[in-house]
Design a protein around this ligand. Structure first.
Ligand SMILES: CC(C)(COP(=O)(O)OP(=O)(O)OC[C@H]1O[C@@H](n2cnc3c(N)ncnc32)[C@H](O)[C@@H]1OP(=O)(O)O)[C@@H](O)C(=O)NCCC(=O)NCCS
Length: 191
């Protein structure tokens, strides 16, 4: 198993994984961006292949084995300061996430992490997070952050095991295809 920068050709795998990590929110939003005969995931693939934007492959690292992507992570440094002036321009369901993001300005933010179902429990996520931590240190960040659904108990337990602590929670705004009620939970880890 090795970890490498994601490349444009990974965009299909990234779209699938990002949607898992985003609890179905990406597919819901991509559905509104689909062009012509595109499915929501097609639109996600197109967006992941762009050179800009948070979901770009340029912010992603992939865990691969024998040329196959097993899992991926999207992480980057949050702006500091993190103003909320344009909060109203975000879709309503995303606003609690943006509010929580703004609570850890300058942190190295794990926007998304997921492992293909067939490769879970082999340490892929742990490796990807350790790799992101290395990137964070190299970039001079002193804190990492992420947001997890309170009902995503396996992921939350994993983060707790590797040193993340809960900082603040906001209720999930329901959306079509919503997997969870409960809260979005901001977790941070000091480096
Ligand atoms: C959460 C997720 C990324 C973990 O990926 P993974 O590659 O299987 O994780 P790892 O193999 O590195 O395991 C890390 C730890 O979590 C535990 N774990 C991972 N998935 C688990 C599951 N489905 N059930 C129980 N425990 C699980 C492992 O036992 C391991 O614990 P240990 O290191 O103490 O033994 C993966 O389950 C996933 O992709 N879920 C869907 C997307 C998602 O929820 N992403 C997070 C959004 S915030």
């Amino acid at each position: 198993m090795t970890i490498r920068d994601a490349v444009k050709e990974d965009a299909g795998a990234l779209a699938y994984l990002l949607n898992l990590a985003g609890e179905g929110i990406p597919e819901y939003l991509w559905g509104g961006m689909a062009e012509g005969d595109e499915s929501a995931l097609d639109a996600g693939r197109r967006r992941a292949a762009r050179d800009e934007g948070a979901f770009s492959y340029t912010n992603a690292r992939a865990c691969v084995e024998d040329g196959i992507v097993l899992g991926a992570i999207i992480s980057y440094r949050q702006p500091d300061p993190y103003p909320l002036d344009d909060l109203d321009e975000y879709p309503e369901i995303v606003q609690p996430l943006v509010r929580l993001e703004a609570r850890s300005p300058g942190s190295w933010y794990i926007n998304a992490i997921a492992t293909f179902e067939t490769h879970r429990g082999k340490g892929v996520a742990r490796r990807l997070i350790a790799d992101a931590e290395e990137q964070a240190r190299l970039a001079g960040s002193t804190q990492m952050s992420l947001i997890v659904a309170s009902e995503n108990v396996n992921a939350k337990r994993l983060y707790e095991h590797i040193g993340f602590n809960t900082v603040e929670s906001l209720p999930v705004t329901p959306y079509p295809g919503c997997l969870h009620g409960g809260d979005w939970v901001l977790m941070t880890k000091d480096l």
